[in-house]
Design a protein around this ligand. Structure first.
Ligand SMILES: *Cc1c(COP(=O)(O)O)cnc(C)c1O
Length: 369
């Protein structure tokens, strides 16, 4: 038992997923739900598959294995290019992997061949954001490589934008992906089942595009889990933005000055901070820190202001004195959620229909609690 926990409202996540699956279906686009922010939490995964997503996706093979151990038989995509050291695990986990390196594809093919399986792949194309993906001019060559290798199946092509460089999905780059899909299909006389246009940042494009072309899939994480558009971080219409809450305990609350006293050097994180003198305030310390969250990604109630955070202390200003043991609730943004779900010090509690469920099978990093 720990006072420090993430509370996960499965009903709200289910609502968000059903809503987005419906919006996408109206444009003949299927949804793959991305579980990396919840480390492949099986309770969340079940709500997502019940909502009608065609596949789950995660960036870590450990999370794929966690889902398989929990009995998930739905398609799971590994949406980070495989680590060569994990090839056998990826094939054994029955994941569809995204790829951009021919050497990795060759290794996947031999591993699949050895174990008598067919490993399905999606070839990623770089369309401006400069993260992973083959350059468009190299797509044909890569596809040819996949088609030549026994042991591999080609599920389709995809791209990822708005991640490293914040490049927005547009009529132009989605048109380019669509054209590339048609070019590949014509050149090799095949049909690509999946043309995956991107992530949550594609929703605005999806709702506004006159024609979505050959794009028939999006991979959604943040939009489903946090109900926000990552391009603007604005709430999406008809979406819950508070499916996750971080709850943490007060460990000290005192009247203190706002201006620090003494000579200023660097703080614990190498920053030199000058404090403004605003007189005395109720300074309340909450037992959560950099190790557990991205502190400035937390949104508290209006009478709580986050002032600073060390590894283990979140220093806040509250409107009144609080007692040790009092709980404060915060809604995390994507970075704060990712880190909270990864911290072994943060308990995860899912609830649905007003009921709190006991913790599911432990994640890869569980054990410290
Ligand atoms: C993380 C990720 C996603 C999901 O992104 P969201 O912005 O959370 O929707 C989709 N595709 C890939 C390849 C990713 O790495």
């Amino acid at each position: 038992m720990s006072g420090l926990r993430v509370e996960i409202d499965l009903d709200k996540i289910g609502d968000n997923a059903r809503h987005l699956v419906g919006l996408a279906a109206a444009r003949d686009i299927s949804i793959t739900a991305v579980t990396k922010a919840v480390l492949g939490n099986p309770d969340v995964a079940r709500v997502l598959t019940d909502a009608g997503v065609v596949a789950l996706a995660d960036s870590r093979v450990e999370n794929v294995e966690r889902l398989r151990r929990a009995g998930v038989v739905d398609p799971i995509w590994l949406i980070r290019s495989p680590m060569p050291s994990q090839i056998d695990r990826i094939v054994a986990g029955g994941a569809v992997s995204v790829n951009s390196e021919t050497a990795v594809l060759t290794a996947l093919a031999s591993a699949a061949h050895r174990s008598g399986r067919v490993h399905e792949v999606i070839v990623m194309v770089e369309l401006g954001d400069l993260r992973d993906g083959v350059m468009p001019a190299m797509l044909s060559e890569t596809v040819e490589h996949v088609l030549r290798l026994p042991g591999l199946g080609l599920q389709g092509i995809g791209t990822n934008l708005a991640c490293r460089s914040g490049i927005a999905p547009s009529v132009a780059n989605m048109g380019e992906l669509s054209d590339l899909a048609e070019m590949v299909e014509a050149a090799f006389g095949i049909e690509l089942p999946i043309v995956s246009g991107g992530n949550s940042a594609n929703l605005e494009w999806m709702s506004q595009a006159r024609d979505v072309g050959r794009i028939n899939n999006l991979r959604l994480g943040e939009a489903i889990l946090l109900g926000r558009d990552p391009l603007t971080r604005q709430p999406l219409a008809h979406a819950h933005t508070d499916a996750f809450e971080l709850v943490a305990e007060v460990i000290e609350s005192k009247r203190k000055p706002t201006k620090a006293r003494g000579r200023h050097g660097q703080n614990a994180f190498g920053e030199v901070s000058a404090t403004l003198d605003r007189g005395e305030i109720w300074q309340t310390i909450v037992a959560v820190g950099q190790q557990d969250v991205a502190p400035f990604g937390l949104r508290g109630s209006t009478d709580v202001t986050i002032l600073s955070a060390s590894s283990d202390h979140l220093v806040t200003e509250t409107s009144h004195q609080m007692a040790p043991g009092d709980e404060l609730r915060f809604v995390p943004d994507y970075s704060a959620l990712l880190r909270a779900m990864t911290s072994p010090f943060v308990e995860q509690r899912t609830h649905a229909g007003g009921q709190v469920r006991p913790p599911g099978p432990p994640g890869v990093l569980a054990g410290v609690r």
